[in-house]
Design a protein. Structure first.
Length: 348
């Protein structure tokens, strides 16, 4: 049976404490259903975009969003790049439904997720089976081999030994956050497939979090943190090249990433909760349609600037918009920061 080697460092401990605090806040924050749906859809789009971008997919987040909403015909790009995002859309929906039918991650989930990740991108044989060839990576500067995956003939045994640990008392008793991090690292190390190993590993880790009650309203995207810190991600995960290596460096990176992402979501939820409270408080204040549009714009973007006037009100003069803003300030709803053209208007 596989046995991961790691210790609970102070950095891991502090990261988990931060994650738990953010989780508690997010799960109990009073958000109206509309905003919960918006947060979930935004997180799903960010996952699909960033997990494929991390592997070299050049599509923008706006193109990924178009694909997510079924508008792939409007995206002009190589078909395989579009297909990768379509595939991840299916993966996310599959993961979201797992809790109804399963208690924990299994080898069946690994294979199902991989099959969905590479559908239409590789041959059917590669889509449904473990790899049969050697895999390694080289340093692009020195040409030295930086990683060699286990021999193909060992893959089946390694996968089975790993899931034996996942389903064992030791695996079940591991903290859910650490178990998810270990799942990502070990699947990536075994590299069981010809293509799509990184995306499959990260999706399986996310699925593990969801099944363990850490879906956190499905508001977060770990893949965004990885994509924005790609060198840190690869440096951390490549410290774990053998099952005898310590997982500490990777787990510290993984926990830190989840902590930062959930902290960012917590701040957004906190701001939105305050905005909702303000909406309730000013419910008796009479607002015209333009003032409602200004408040909605600030809720979505954080502030309203002079440079935003034309975007929101293309057919209205600047003087008229300024009068609306002055009225909102007089009513105690907005405040102005800065002067002249650089000024911005925010909720008081």
């Amino acid at each position: 049976m596989y046995r991961p080697k790691y210790s609970i460092t102070n950095k891991i401990l502090m990261g988990i404490a931060s994650i738990e605090a953010s989780r508690e806040f997010i799960e109990h924050a009073p958000l109206v259903p509309y905003w919960e749906r918006q947060f979930r859809e935004d997180a799903a789009v960010r996952i699909a975009h960033h997990t494929t971008a991390l592997e070299g997919n050049p599509l923008s987040i706006d193109e990924a969003r178009a694909i997510w909403t079924g508008g792939e015909s409007s995206v002009r790009a190589h078909s395989s790049h579009v297909q990768e995002v379509i595939n991840y859309r299916s993966v996310i929906k599959y993961i979201e439904g797992l809790k109804i039918i399963s208690e924990r991650i299994t080898e069946e989930h690994l294979n199902k997720i991989h099959e969905m990740v590479v559908q239409g991108v590789v041959s059917e044989e590669e889509q449904r089976g473990y790899r049969s060839g050697w895999y390694g990576t080289r340093n692009s500067v020195t040409g030295e081999v930086s990683f060699v995956a286990p021999k193909p003939e060992d893959v089946i045994d390694l996968v089975q030994a790993f899931f034996e640990w996942v389903e064992s008392a030791e695996g079940i008793e591991a903290h859910p956050i650490l178990r998810a991090g270990i799942i990502i690292a070990e699947v990536a190390r075994i590299h069981p497939f010809t293509e799509g190993n990184g995306r499959t590993a990260r999706a399986l880790g996310t699925a593990s979090l969801y099944l363990d009650g850490y879906d956190i309203k499905r508001f977060f995207s770990l893949d965004e943190y990885y994509d924005q810190n790609a060198s840190g991600y690869y440096d951390a995960i490549q410290t774990y090249k053998s099952d005898t290596d310590s997982l500490n460096a990777w787990l510290e990176f993984f926990v830190e990433g989840l902590s930062i992402e959930l902290g960012r979501i917590k701040d957004r939820v906190l701001k939105l909760s305050k905005d909702q409270q303000l909406r309730q408080e000013i419910g008796q204040v009479s607002l015209n349609d333009r003032q409602e549009e200004i408040l909605t714009y600030i809720e979505k973007n954080g502030a309203f600037r002079n440079s935003d006037f034309e975007e929101l009100f293309p057919n209205i003069s600047e003087d008229t918009v300024l009068r609306e803003l002055k009225d909102l300030m007089d009513k105690g709803i907005l405040k102005k920061e800065g002067k002249t053209k650089a000024a911005r208007y925010i909720v008081r």
